[in-house]
Design a protein around this ligand. Sequence first.
Ligand code: 5GP
Ligand code: ZN
Length: 113
Amino acid sequence: MENCIFCKIINGEIPSTKVYENDQVYAFRDINPQTPFHVLVIPKKHVSSLSETDQLNDAEIAACLRAVSRVAAEAGLSGGYRVISNCGPDACQSVPHLHFHVLGGRQMALRMA
Ligand code: 5GP
Ligand code: ZN
């Protein structure tokens, strides 16, 4: 997808700090971390958000979730972590390429929003 910053990160046009990659997903450090550990897991196929999972096959969706648990395990987040996917304007999604925030490394607040 032209002009998508996350597609540009996947193809190397924009640099990123990679933490994991396979055929279907890419995971990298968020440029503006909200917690000591803040990684974004994205499918390599461009879809704008969770509203468009019809455009991904089951293996691609599963690969995202497996990558989430893998990067958390490799980071040693034994105390737990939080996964967020902002979807659309009410959720303040700012980059229209599906992504899962993996947040951890400190105690988080009980409230979600
Ligand atoms: P959203 O607000 O769409 O849920 O999350 C987008 C995330 O992408 C934000 O946390 C923001 O810091 C991150 N982000 C935006 N541009 C870049 C970039 O060029 N590189 C990296 N590593 N993260 C980015
Ligand atoms: Zn994209």
